[in-house]
Design a binder for this molecule. Structure first.
Ligand code: EPS
Length: 397
């Protein structure tokens, strides 16, 4: 069982989203604006639809944080749906035509819905606002140990960012904060904008690829001993749980699959001071389901949004007759926003693993344990009389 349990509830057009995060240790500072800053990052994006002009997501913490710090009790928070007032008293006709690609039909089959709105209300990516709020708390926890989780967009449809391997991750993350497509390549950003614009004009939608990176993660999180303790699987699953994400890889996994092993595996080298390092990071920061101390690099493919203005073939479930999908409103491209959700999911998994690794119930207990762990990894361990030690993020040789 996870040390850090996350539950979200709430319909897209209901009164609010509700989140419970259980298992967070006591003593983590939670400045109120930190959560709202993360929520605002999820809302900013070129290609977002009308709904994002209505919502101004704010988290209201109702439990588990007192005097600006976590108490160790379950953390509860709420995010109001401002669009609720427009829906609350409206007569809404049942929706009977499933949109191809959406959860409309599969949810109806599973739960026996006759009105497809019952499925879409919960399948809507509105729910991801709840994850981002919880992820913000996980990020605050990780920050206490110098761990940073960020993201950037590398492709929108056919437009690919060109990022030199020498462009350091902190610089990529910094650049991503400065445009509404979260893309670190300025030339590609402009082309992406035009592509989204063109898709909107054609009544179409577009997907893309984003990367989530975690910096400063110590070696030794996760485990090889059992399938569900492999951190690789947990991270892949966490990103794969984001609506419309249909593919995830660790490092350049699909490119690695096409190369001989000698060109893939990161050489292990010993620095003059005895620190063990990897000369490259094609493993994306994970070997044997355990962190290596190198940046964790995850890449996710998001399909185009399934609500398209151009009708797609479908069947009206009330008559059984062939017809085409109907359109109310939707985003044209949600990739930059999904990247922020990806950060939240990765932060949640890493926080869970670190809490499990360090044990204890408070930051006061955990900080010295983290320092001790680091010291134990840094201790000179003789092997054939040659001292060596594990490399840690942030070590300089
Ligand atoms: C979504 C449809 C749109 C999106 C929504 C996800 O909402 P609406 O149906 O109200 O127009 O904007 O995303 C959000 C509300 C959000 O907060 O991200 C869908 O069908 O998945």
């Amino acid at each position: 069982m996870s040390a850090l349990r996350l539950l979200t509830a709430g319909e897209s057009h209901g009164p609010q989203l509700t989140v419970i995060l259980e298992g967070m240790i006591a003593g983590v500072p939670v400045p109120t604006d930190a959560l709202n800053r993360e929520l605002a990052r999820r809302q900013i994006s070129f290609g977002a639809g009308g709904r994002m002009r209505i919502e101004r997501d704010q988290a209201r913490i109702t439990a588990g944080v007192m005097a600006g710090r976590t108490t160790g009790a379950p953390i509860a928070l709420e995010i109001a749906n401002l669009d609720y007032s427009a829906w609350a008293d409206r007569e809404i006709a049942p929706m009977t035509i499933p949109r191809p690609g959406h959860a409309d039909l599969t949810a109806a089959v599973k739960y026996g819905y006759r009105d497809l709105r019952l499925g879409l209300e919960r399948a809507s990516a509105r729910e991801t606002a709840a994850r981002v709020a919880a992820g913000a708390i996980c990020k605050l926890y990780l920050a206490q140990f110098g761990i940073v989780v960020g993201s950037y967009v590398t492709a929108i449809g056919e437009v690919e960012a060109i990022l030199s391997e020498d462009l350091p991750y902190p610089e990529r993350l910094e650049r991503a904060e400065h445009n509404d497509l979260r893309c670190p390549d300025p030339a590609a950003t402009e082309a992406m904008r035009q592509h989204i614009q063109q898709m909107a004009e054609q009544g179409d939608t577009v997907g893309g690829v984003f990367e989530v990176v975690a910096l400063g993660v110590p070696p030794g999180l996760g485990s090889h001993v059992h399938f569900d303790r492999r951190l690789s699987g947990r991270l892949l699953g966490a990103l794969g749980s984001i609506p419309a994400v249909k593919g995830v890889e660790i490092g350049p996994a699909f490119a690695n699959a096409r190369l001989p092993g000698t060109q893939v595996h990161d050489p292990i080298v010993r620095d003059p001071d005895g620190t063990l390092r990897r000369r490259s990071n094609r493993a994306g920061g994970l070997e044997g389901g355990i962190t290596t101390g190198e940046p964790i690099v995850l890449r996710a493919a998001m399909k185009p949004i399934s609500t398209t203005r151009t009708p797609l073939p479908s069947v009206d479930l009330s008559t059984g007759n062939p017809t085409t999908s109907r359109y109310e409103r939707s985003d044209v491209c949600a990739v930059p926003r999904a990247a922020v959700v990806g950060e939240a999911m990765v932060a949640w998994v890493l926080a869970d693993e670190l809490i499990r690794k360090l044990g204890g119930d408070s930051l006061e207990e955990q900080l010295p344990r983290f320092a001790a762990l680091r010291r134990s990894h840094l201790a000179d361990l003789p092997m054939d009389n040659t001292p060596w030690r594990f490399g840690y993020p942030g070590d300089t040789s």
